[in-house]
Design a protein around this ligand. Structure first.
Ligand code: ZN
Length: 302
């Protein structure tokens, strides 16, 4: 195991905050970003260019992007649901644009008024805009493991969307378990299917811990050779359009598991735990992560 490195994309400032009951002011968001950088985070989602009336927590995304540190090696991903959002993300200075496809119509129509085919067509229109701006394009296939309204999502649908994303020029494809229904064996199956359908694209996995399987799913993904994992500090998060969706897998829980096994993440567990505890203070509620309660082992992180 040693010698392997897994990149963790921190999604707390976007996926984490967008469904928290507490609306975090811009200056506090910026402190959150600073703390994450101090913990070693180099790539993160900090902004979403969606309808501010529907997602008020992301209304200040352009302002956040204008004020975040721009040190070399830091990459900020801007999320978009359509071409207007992609243009706003580019204007705001995001380093990457992430377009959200949907694997099933039930969630797709509720979240962004689009079917799976619609989102693939939209991606074809967005790709030239992002490429002309000289930015990398990535695609997240949301509800890739199950849909809150339609139920099971065929693996073939996910593979076909991945094929279309790669054909449009997405350099990275993320499979999102938006409502936390994946199991570790299905993670393997879908990772293999997507790699076969889009062999040129990097694969990223995005898990929510709604049913307590997220860490097992991360393990399955890493065992399947996936090198990029989404996580949110504290395990904060959810989705306003996915009923009962709970937080992302917690960054510190993933870091503990991987580092304990000798897999390098480049992140500092003690700083992450301190940030999770800080989040509890500024959000006014407990966070879901286990490591923020138990601390690391051996010693070091209190
Ligand atoms: Zn999510």
């Amino acid at each position: 195991m040693t010698g392997r490195r897994v990149e963790i994309v921190e999604v707390g400032p976007r996926d984490g905050l967008q469904n928290d009951p507490t609306l975090m002011p811009t200056d506090v968001k910026l402190e959150f970003v600073d703390r994450l950088i101090a913990a070693g985070v180099r790539r993160m989602e900090a902004a979403s260019f969606v309808n501010p009336k529907l997602v008020p927590a992301m209304a200040d995304s352009a302002d956040v992007m204008a004020k975040v540190p721009r040190d070399k090696g830091l990459t900020y991903i801007g999320l978009a649901l359509n071409d207007k959002g992609a243009r706003r993300a580019i204007e705001a200075g995001c380093d990457e644009v992430n377009f959200v496809m949907v694997a099933s119509a039930g969630f797709g129509l509720a979240n962004q008024k689009a079917t799976p085919d619609d989102t693939a067509d939209q991606l074809d229109r967005i790709a030239p805009i992002v490429h002309d701006a000289g930015k990398p394009l990535s695609a997240t296939i949301s509800v890739a493991f199950g849909d809150p309204f339609d139920g099971e999502v065929p693996v073939e649908t996910v593979a076909e969307l991945a094929r279309r994303a790669a054909a449009a020029g997405a350099v990275e494809i993320a499979l999102g378990d938006t409502i936390g229904v994946a199991d570790p064996w299905d993670v393997r199956r879908r990772a293999d299917a997507v790699r076969a359908a889009a062999p040129g694209a990097r694969l990223r996995l995005h898990f929510h811990n709604t049913r307590n399987t997220a860490l097992a799913n991360v393990h399955a993904a890493v065992e399947a050779g996936v090198d990029v994992i989404d996580a949110s500090c504290g395990g904060i998060g959810g989705c306003p359009f996915a009923p009962k969706a709970t937080g992302n897998v917690a960054t510190e829980d993933v870091v503990y598991m991987l580092e304990r096994a000798g897999i390098d993440t480049g992140l500092d567990l003690g700083e992450l735990i301190a940030t999770a505890k800080w989040l509890e203070k500024v959000l006014g509620h407990e966070v879901a992560s286990m490591l923020s309660k138990a601390g690391g082992f051996p010693g070091k992180a209190a």
